[in-house]
Write a protein that binds this ligand. Structure first.
Ligand SMILES: Nc1ncnc2c1ncn2[C@@H]1O[C@H](COP(=O)(O)OP(=O)(O)OP(=O)(O)O)[C@@H](O)[C@H]1O
Length: 366
């Protein structure tokens, strides 16, 4: 099994691009806990204070601070940050499990903040399902009935919901376990039940709140592979909270890195590793093996190969580790080709610059 940190290509039918209309659109979102919280976002003087100063002066905690982003259809959008950085609060605000203090929030162009109770219930039950860290399973019910639970509260008939539950039970690899109770399952299997239950209602978006952090490392890796596989097969939009950088790099099409409630950088894993926005992000990604994340699209320099054959050419999404092997085999520069066009070339010098942490930018101009 490959241990590379780089994200596998997005699913074919719904390739993720900036042109796809957003599922969630978030603008200037704040969540402040504490007395008279609503005075803070609109007050430039108070809003300029650090989290610590605000707490001292107002007794309020800013959990989410003026955050704006889109979650695009079909992408895995990871919210990452240290404990207390605001990840859970932000993701709970998306379906108003926590009420935002101010800002704008839409799902598929519909104003979430204007939804009444019935519409909100519909949002949480049908459109955006949450997978929790502690599974939230009902102990006295079988796997089958746990998975069918979301459909049951939607009023779906018994036969239909059981048939649908059996389908997703198979999808998450729990075939043959449908009559067990949760306490007869391992932690990883319980997490699969939680995942199946969220999938059973066929939501447009799956929201994962640190689902794997209680699992031991091997099971955790299995579950990450499971999420990648499901995403590749279905192309469903996912929002995934984690404090684990490797998990974020492995799963995310894009990562929002949070600190003190704000997003300090939003970008692809490669952008975050290759071009950290500030010293905080740089420090965060310091130990990442850059050559497993940065691709030749970023590492290449200008140049073109001769002819149209492009022997030994690399695709632009090839990670540097793989490109090093290709360059070693040919003994010279190798071209990077997309749709038959040569985009540039890579050689020992600019690939090693990436490994050494002095590229790709400097390597590109040298
Ligand atoms: N109900 C609440 N009342 C007051 N403060 C809260 C409440 N919920 C969260 N906070 C504070 O908001 C900040 C962000 O918390 P949040 O749980 O969103 O962070 P997190 O990044 O998800 O952390 P963790 O990884 O530990 O779950 C923290 O300072 C937290 O103490």
């Amino acid at each position: 099994m490959s241990t590379t940190l780089s994200k596998q290509p997005a699913p074919e039918p719904e390739a993720v691009s900036g042109d796809t209309p957003p599922v969630f659109s978030v603008r200037g979102l704040w969540k402040v806990f504490g007395p008279k919280a609503e005075r803070i976002p609109g007050n430039a003087e108070l809003a300029a204070l650090s989290a610590e100063e605000l707490r001292r002066e107002t007794g309020c905690t800013v959990a989410v601070r003026d955050v704006s982003f889109d979650v695009r259809k079909g992408e895995v959008f990871v919210v990452m940050g240290l404990s207390g950085s605001g990840k859970s609060t932000l993701v709970r605000c998306l379906t108003r499990l926590i009420e935002p203090t101010s800002g704008e929030l839409e799902i598929d162009g519909e104003d979430v903040l204007a939804m009444d109770k019935a519409r909100l219930r519909e949002l949480r039950r049908h459109r955006a399902s949450m997978v929790f860290q502690h599974f939230g399973l009902l102990p006295h019910r079988s796997v089958l009935d746990n998975v069918a639970y979301g459909l049951e509260i939607q009023g779906v008939g018994k036969l239909e919901r059981r048939a649908q539950a059996m389908k997703v039970i198979a999808k998450v690899g729990l075939d043959g376990m449908e009559h067990r109770r949760p306490n007869q399952l391992s932690g990883g299997q319980q997490q699969r039940v939680g995942l199946a239950r969220a999938l059973a209602v066929d939501p447009e978006v799956l929201l994962f709140d640190e689902p794997f952090s209680a699992l031991d490392p091997l099971i955790r890796r299995d579950m990450q592979e499971e999420v990648i596989r499901l995403h590749r097969e279905e192309g469903r939009t996912m929002v995934f909270i984690t404090h684990d950088l490797n998990e974020a790099l492995k799963l995310g099409d894009r990562i929002a890195l949070m600190r003190d409630g704000a997003i300090v950088q939003l970008g692809t894993p490669e952008e975050i590793v290759a071009e950290p926005a500030d010293d905080y992000v740089r420090d965060f990604v310091r130990d990442v093996p850059r050559e497993q994340v940065i691709t030749v699209r970023t590492a290449m320099r200008a140049g073109a190969c001769e002819g149209t054959e492009h022997p030994g050419a690399l695709a632009p999404d090839t990670v540097v580790t793989t490109a090093i092997e290709a360059v070693a085999r040919t003994g010279g520069a190798v071209c990077v080709v997309e749709d038959g066009d040569c985009l540039g070339v890579v050689d020992h010098e600019n690939l090693l610059a990436v490994v050494a942490g002095i590229g790709p930018r400097r390597a590109a101009v040298s």
